[in-house]
Design a protein around this ligand. Sequence first.
Ligand code: PLP
Ligand code: COI
Length: 343
Amino acid sequence: MKKEVNINWEQLGFGYIKTDFRYVSIWKNGKWDEGKLVEDNKISISEASTALHYGQQCFEGLKAYRTKEGHVQLFRPDQNAKRLNRSCKRLLMPEFPEERFIDACKQVIKANEAYVPPYGTGATLYLRPFEIGIGDNLGVKTAPEFMFCLFCSPVGPYFKGGMSPVNFVVTTEYDRAAPYGTGAAKVGGNYAGSLMPHSIAKARGFSDCIYLDPATHTKIEEVGAANFFGITHDNKFVTPKSPSILPSITKYSLMHIAEHYLNLEVEERDVFIDNLDEFKEAGACGTAAVISPIGGIEYEGKLHVFYSETEVGPITKKLYDTLYGIQLGNVEAPEGWIVKVDE
Ligand code: PLP
Ligand code: COI
């Protein structure tokens, strides 16, 4: 009999719900084992693991979507596999083969099918692949062994409000990454450093903080755990370019959608914090955030409002509808963007 789970899908926020299976594979003596699904959600590793002391770990985030017909599909998992491997390279960790990454996603989704939210609920199944340095080690060096894991959790919107505008505040006291540090890699250390500025922003009633470029503090880099985009008054889709930004798969997908579906000009370039007037709409984008419209940004004590603090701008709405439509299978996707799980 098909398993059923008792979850109020429409009410889900972005939180952890234990599912039944996760995938694990161990790298030892220079190679990965064959990998397997396990039921335990606890990990037992050496107290001397590099992941625990020296931050030798990286992770990914992608989602599985239930289509109108009831099938399940992934959005550009090859891009997450490639980015995981770039993060691994940066931290001297062994790469996990792309085809095995995608196979692990499929295995975990199939084993946890009951947790893939129904179509039309706004919820999706978030997949969290990660790799950690394990084994006995004391000095600052790469680990003797590694673990690749992939678990999943059904989720709702990342920023409260979903497609309703939210406000952000610029932090000039804290950076999330160094100019030639690990900003472009999806490594835990970047997020550890963001916890304090995030909590300060939250305490002041903002959804998160905006990080500026660490070298000059004049240009927008990231919106919390999401990338920034703005729509200029002459209808250009603009998004920051910097070596310390995480290259967001959602952002690159939106650049393609803006150009090929919405006929907008697209620019990836510097976005100066003292030139927010150039934008009539702005948003945060990422796998977890999808698109979160930015109502306003507070900088140096002044709130700059874009389209509206309560309503979504028309271009942001079109971008969202097209992206989410592609992810759900309702809008034709560019070749290779959709990977079907159950066909
Ligand atoms: N920026 C940061 C710091 C993130 O953590 C994420 C989330 O993955 C993003 C941007 C968005 O990236 P993506 O669209 O690939 O999920
Ligand atoms: C994502 O969008 O997948 C993220 O990584 C955001 C956050 C949960 C880290």
